[in-house]
Design a protein around this ligand. Structure first.
Ligand code: ADP
Ligand code: MG
Ligand code: ZN
Length: 196
């Protein structure tokens, strides 16, 4: 039996990860991909952690005010529970807030043949890799790293500078709590020192 090589995925699911710092356009890119899937008549469901209540619970919203309706979930397992029969594409924004449980859920969905597109922060405010993005990057078929513009010097920025004093790893960003910074302008000790 001869085997032909499939260049394009056929009858399989896969995982796409969109990562980067705050303001890098992760949500914009997620919205772009999900809108195109919907234009292609695919059945799309969008989830985000209930923790992220910045703009109400019913939508994912970009800093440029693009928005799409979404379902808030308290943990990753709730995505499986709320999945409709027939859904072909699943989008998850701010996936880093779902914790380690997001990895097996994304794998399960992709194994079932769904296209899974997740967006999330790959580093926290100290520049430390933000679980479970590293684990998702490892198991994903497609990965995209977005960059923002450094607010200090204008170079490409891959870090999120916390500009309010707070030692918590998770501080859901309100306007003015964070800014995009490049490697040279990032000052993690500034945010950490003030918070003790
Ligand atoms: P993310 O989801 O990665 O936080 P968004 O998709 O919500 O990013 O927002 C990206 C948008 O943020 C950009 O298109 C731009 O309008 C705006 N923006 C504000 N500050 C910056 C910055 N420093 N660098 C790049 N874009 C910025
Ligand atoms: Mg976003
Ligand atoms: Zn800079």
């Amino acid at each position: 039996m001869t085997r032909s090589m499939n260049v394009l995925p056929k009858n399989v699911g896969w995982i796409e990860v969109i990562c980067g710092p705050m303001f890098s356009g992760k949500t914009e890119e997620l919205i772009r991909r999900l809108k195109r899937a919907a234009i292609g008549q695919q059945r799309v469901q969008i989830f985000k952690p209930g923790l992220d209540k910045r703009y109400g619970e019913g939508q994912i919203v970009s800093h440029s005010e693009q928005r799409l309706d979404s379902t808030a979930v308290e943990d990753a397992a709730e995505i499986l529970a709320k999945l409709h029969a027939g859904t072909q594409v699943v989008g998850i924004d701010e996936v880093q807030f779902l914790g380690a449980g997001a990895v097996p859920i994304c794998e399960t969905l992709a194994d079932r043949g769904l296209r899974v597109i997740v967006a999330g922060l790959d580093q926290d405010y100290r520049g430390v890799p933000f679980d479970p993005i590293p684990q998702l990057l490892a198991v994903a078929e497609y990965i995209t790293k977005e960059l923002a513009v450094c607010v200090v010097c204008g170079n490409p920025a891959h870090r999120s500078q916390r500009i309010v004093a707070d030692g918590r790893r998770i501080l859901v960003g309100a306007k003015g709590d964070y800014e995009a910074r490049c490697r040279a302008c990032f000052r993690p000790e500034a945010a950490a020192a003030e918070s003790g």
